[in-house]
Design a protein. Sequence first.
Length: 444
Amino acid sequence: MRYHPLTADDRALMLRRIGAASIDDLFTDVPEGRLLEGLMDLPRGRSEMAVERAMAAMARRNRAAGEGPFFVGAGAYRHHVPASVDHLIQRSEFLTSYTPYQAEISQGTLQVLFEFQTQVARLTGMEVANASMYDGSTAAAEAVMMAARATRRDRAIVSGSVHPQYRDVIATVSSDVEIEAMPTDFAGAEDVTSRIDEKTACVVVQCPSFYGHLVDLRPVARAAHEKGAMLVAVFTEAVALGAIEPAGPQGADIVVGEGQSIGNALNFGGPYVGLFATRKKFIRQMPGRLAGETVDADGKRGFTLTLNTREQHIRRDKATSNICTNSGLCALAFTIHMTLLGETGLTRLARLNHARACATADALARVPGVEVLNETFFNEFTIRVPGDADAVVERLAAGGVLGGVPVCRLDPSAPGDLVVVAATELTTDEDIAAYAAALKTATA
């Protein structure tokens, strides 16, 4: 079957039907200066073999995470993923499955989602969890919109401790909610409670924070609840849940985060899997899909999508949310890895991560001119380096060490001398020694 593109007359007819004068009118919402002027600076045509050679040459310029000392985190983390995870998710019944609308032929997929939700609820200390978030950032935006629906208020306070990209996504997606983004506090001592009032729908706080600080959520939860607002707790490092107290028992109403650390490799930034959990009383306001346990006509255990109204698919303007992506394969990888670890394994993994981070922080603190800013952290912390952090990180990379993420790359308003550093169970003593030596040279 040949593909016939639209003719000029076809395009003109479509534009008239929607009331647009030109194709350019379809992009008026894109900020000025973000659209390309003209064509990209690329050759107009090459053979397939020539393109493959060019792309391979570009790929060789990348440095893979496993090729040397690696201390990059800031929302995506390098952990060991057992070979059995990749083997199992490539089974055809999982790899090629689609959204489980027909429960009678989707029992395996539905059971996986049910087990995934159970694991997320237990990890976060909440009562219910869903199974259809894109990633941690969109889960955070969905939490803000859910809080606005549940409280019938339209103001959200976003802590400066929240990942800068998560803050951007919240502001973009939650366009009907007034977002008050608090200034960044690198010391981790900001006071969000003084900003809460009777118009506040929720307060969004991250723990561990973007800068690595551990935050006691109880005072924030109390202050929010006294004003009728909700507390949204965010995390980007799921392994931390094996060591720190969950947000649920600390008073959080919604807990969201990124599940990439468990079962999902870095993969150049995705696809990942968002985690979303809340209290049972808010279940009707929860976005996305919920897999439930039931019994069939013969009384046997079975699974089905539940509490999923037709508005999610048909009357979409009435839906609580239209975030119904099939992240099932990433959720399956998460569930397999969590099942292999178990509670004891996750706790041991978390302790090992913390120990590796402590060893890294101690080594870097001995480098002249370098200051570790955190008093508390899990496996990620922030350092202040002499001079320009961006230049220091580039010099480290040239020497074979990927030394972290300059904060100013993600938050242009931040000081230019801060670097977020992450260590995991894959960080060796040799890696730490190489980093300390390279940092001493790069900052000299």
